[in-house]
Unconditional design. Structure first.
Length: 150
């Protein structure tokens, strides 16, 4: 678990710099595929499920911050950024889409873990900025109690 903690801290510290790279994103073709791999297809879903974008869970004496829902629709996204406790936004890494499969948005074991680890009860609020692959942006802010998994 110590290795995971160190990796999360390193990611979070280094990701703030990566957030500045958003200007290098390029809009993708928006021809619907029927597989929910474009902003045109996933944006309506993410707009109505905004309250599920991110979650906090207390587990094993830590706060786990999950982006599982966003990962499940990542093929229509260019970037996810997260701000913890009103700090600056950091780019949250996303696994590649599984193009060429029946379920390109699936989350597989090889994709890694869709959460980051923080000290217990240290996450008071989270802001999420989603950049779709058409380069439009949506943002939402959540208080801990609104997204706490029992």
């Amino acid at each position: 678990m110590q290795g995971l903690k160190a990796a999360v801290v390193a990611f979070w510290m280094g990701a703030a710099v990566a957030a500045q790279a958003q200007s290098t994103l390029v809009a993708e073709d928006q021809t619907p595929t029927g597989k929910f791999t474009t902003a045109t297809e996933v944006k309506p879903i993410l707009n109505v499920t905004r309250g599920n974008w991110i979650a906090v869970r207390e587990w094993d004496g830590q706060d786990l911050v999950y982006v599982t829902h966003l990962w499940a629709w990542r093929c229509g996204l260019a970037q996810i950024e997260v701000s913890v406790n009103d700090a600056g936004f950091a780019v949250w890494p996303m696994p590649a889409c599984h193009t060429g499969t029946a379920q390109p948005n699936s989350v597989t074991d090889s994709d890694g873990l869709p959460y980051a680890v923080f000290a217990r009860q240290s996450v008071a609020n989270l802001s999420v900025r989603v950049t779709y692959d058409d380069l439009t942006v949506d943002e939402a802010r959540f208080e801990r109690g609104a997204i706490l998994i029992p």
